[in-house]
Design a protein around this ligand. Structure first.
Ligand SMILES: [Zn+2]
Length: 207
């Protein structure tokens, strides 16, 4: 029994799900690319998919903020990954928070088929709520790596993507002028400041 357990662990074709999550500017895509590049060096075929909603940069590339790019396939629905993933390849999925919930089952099926699946995505939205399918992906993953940005205010580790511009929509694609990574105490401080501005304005309206 014990022997077969170890045998399984050493079987290179054994599927797995790895999740890399964190706030904006935490280096999620860089970490995804680092792992995929290592797989490539080990002569493993690699495929990358991302949701087509992310059109900030080149449509055919996974491009991180430092322009460290690998070609990828943009898809409008998660289930297409099942048909497109070639046998035995390592499957990279970037910006997974923007995929529909089918991505959870897709990841599970791919891993069951023996694929190594590496998923990168935002764990929380700007309101600190779990983003799209990410919480469930973390739950079903074999390993979860939570990485951090640097707080723009105090230089400590940042967990949160603070939105600098007006708007309540969850999906607003990020650039440096729209979001700022903040730690817990700086996030609360900024939020408190904003709330007091809103309260002040409301009071003015009453007058
Ligand atoms: Zn801070």
């Amino acid at each position: 029994m014990i022997y077969s357990m170890f045998e399984n662990e050493n079987n290179s074709s054994r599927g797995s799900i790895e999740v890399i999550c964190g706030s904006m500017f935490s280096g999620k895509t860089e970490e995804l690319l680092r792992r995929l590049k290592r797989a490539k060096i080990a002569n493993q075929p690699v495929m990358i998919f991302k949701p087509s909603v992310d059109t900030r940069y080149d449509k055919e590339q996974v491009v991180s903020h430092d322009k460290n790019a690998i070609a990828s396939t943009p898809l409008s629905q998660a289930r297409d990954i099942l048909d497109l993933s070639k046998k035995g390849c390592v499957v990279g999925i970037d910006e997974a928070q923007f995929f529909d919930n089918a991505i959870i089952e897709v990841a599970q099926i791919l891993a069951d088929r023996g694929h190594r699946v590496i998923i990168a995505g935002l764990d929380m939205d700007f309101k600190r709520q779990p983003f799209g399918p990410m919480a469930e992906l973390c739950a079903i993953a074999d390993s979860v790596h939570k990485i951090h940005a640097i707080c723009m205010d105090c230089g400590r580790l940042a967990n949160y993507s603070y939105r600098l511009v007006e708007g309540d929509k969850q999906v607003m694609l990020g650039e440096k002028q729209e979001y700022s990574p903040l730690c817990r105490s700086c996030y609360l401080e900024h939020k408190g400041r904003n709330n007091s501005i809103i309260t002040k304005n409301n009071n003015n309206d009453d007058l």
